[in-house]
Write a protein that binds this ligand. Structure first.
Ligand code: FAD
Length: 387
């Protein structure tokens, strides 16, 4: 049975994040960072002082030890204010980097990485995708070969969030092509390792303040013990993190829909045309009502996934449903928010312009919505549409 009430701790985390957003993430502050395409490290430090950069990490490793519902609520608040920040921290630092270390790291690796990552004293990224390897994520070409006590890495990764600012990258590599998926492994690569470089993809559509990078490995040598988990489990272990990203994305996009509603209600009450507020026109009310329906549905869908995750129940199909619904609902909401703001929505004076630019990324990142539809189809039909 689902209990629809949040517990005291979940409410406390949500309210603390809401307060933080109100105090620190003002539209003026965000606008300045976005205009300069600047990574918000000062803001991230402030989040870290509240534990918001390591919410799901156990307390013994410096995190908050929060449950997945709390993580979702935090992601909704941050995603609503500033999706790029949510992407860098809730989606990548927490769900994609910290979680696989919690789950698959050795005790030594947990002690080495988690306290620093969860306090954002170090930033992380996870690099799976490559120029020729997107949706077909097991076809990894980036190679790692053992040479004595070292792995030698050669190849490329692309579209990697936090890539150029990351102190630690977790990289999906192929150790033996003949073994296909059973040759895949995850390796830690530290910033500054000879043979490793990262450059940013410029002129992106959105998420201006979060770097999206290309990584290059040319005879890059990392110690043998930099292996995260086992050789042969690299893809599954990366997917464990990517599954969390999908959940955090659904929550962050719910926040994006909510912020479109808040902006539109205010604007529609203030803006007059034909001698009355535009909110008085039925076509405006329809758009806002549709956003409210979408926000409510998205919220229930992601909280259901959080509930399943916290209970240790299967959640794959439900995560795909929540990810598709929330990201496409956010796409509808941000397009309608621009319409309601008219020309004023077409510049960065109002935050709806940023939502409209940022919103396509979540439909692609964490697996495209097409691939998620195939996951749902396979689950219900028992037939794999791909192979
Ligand atoms: C802002 C941003 C941040 C990202 N951050 C990261 C990151 O931190 N780490 C990381 O590893 N990756 C990251 N990515 C990469 C992302 O995960 C990939 O872009 C995504 O998995 C899709 O791969 P692709 O872009 O190569 O598209 P492709 O796989 O080439 O797909 C192109 C189109 O074909 C469709 N398609 C492909 N195969 C099928 C099929 N079998 N059936 C039907 N349709 C199909 C797709 O749905 C899509 O519409 C990021 C991407 C973006 C945009």
């Amino acid at each position: 049975m689902i209990d629809f009430e949040l517990n005291d701790e979940q409410r406390m985390f949500r309210d603390m994040t809401r307060e933080f957003v109100k105090r620190e993430l003002t539209p003026e502050v965000i606008k300045e960072y976005e205009r300069q395409h600047r990574f918000p490290d000062e803001i991230i430090k402030k989040m870290a002082s509240l534990g918001l950069t390591g919410d799901i990490v156990p307390q013994e490793y410096g995190g908050l030890g929060a449950d997945w519902i709390s993580h979702g609520l935090i992601s909704e608040e941050i995603g609503g204010a500033w999706f790029a920040l949510c992407l860098a921290i809730q989606l990548v630092q927490t769900s994609l980097v910290e979680y696989p270390i919690v789950k698959f790291g050795t005790e030594e690796q947990k002690q080495k990485y988690l306290p620093l990552l969860s306090k954002a004293e170090k930033i992380g990224c996870l690099a799976a995708v490559e120029p020729n390897v997107g949706s077909d994520g097991t076809a990894v070409e980036c190679r790692a070969t053992l040479d004595g006590e070292y792995w030698v890495i050669n190849g490329f990764k692309t579209w990697i969030t936090n890539g150029s600012v990351a102190d630690t990258s977790i990289v999906l590599v192929q150790t033996d092509k003949s073994k296909a998926i059973r040759g895949l492994a995850l390796l830690f690569v530290e910033k500054g390792t000879p043979g490793f470089s990262a450059t940013d993809i410029t002129h992106k559509t959105g998420v201006y303040s979060t770097p999206t990078s290309e990584l290059r490995f040319a005879d890059c040598r990392v110690p043998k013990e930099n292996l995260l988990g086992e050789v042969g489990r690299g893809f599954q272990n990366a997917m464990a993190g990517i599954n969390n990203v999908r959940y955090s994305l659904a929550a962050g996009c719910t926040g994006m829909i909510q912020s479109c509603i808040d902006a539109c209600v205010k604007y529609a009450q203030e803006r007059n045309q034909f001698d009355k507020p535009i909110g008085g026109f039925q076509l405006t009310q329809e758009k806002i009502a549709d956003m409210i329906i979408d926000a409510e549905a998205s919220r229930f869908l992601y909280l259901h996934v959080g509930y399943l995750k916290d209970k240790g129940l299967p959640f794959n199909r439900e995560t795909s449903i929540a990810k598709i619904f929330a990201t496409e609902a956010a796409l509808r909401a941000s397009a309608n928010a621009i319409k309601i703001h008219g020309a004023y929505g077409y510049c960065d004076e109002f935050p709806v312009e940023r939502s409209f630019r940022d919103v396509m990324a979540p439909t692609i990142f964490g697996g495209t919505n097409e691939m998620h539809r195939l996951t749902i189809g396979r689950d219900v039909l028992g037939i794999n549409a791909i192979r």
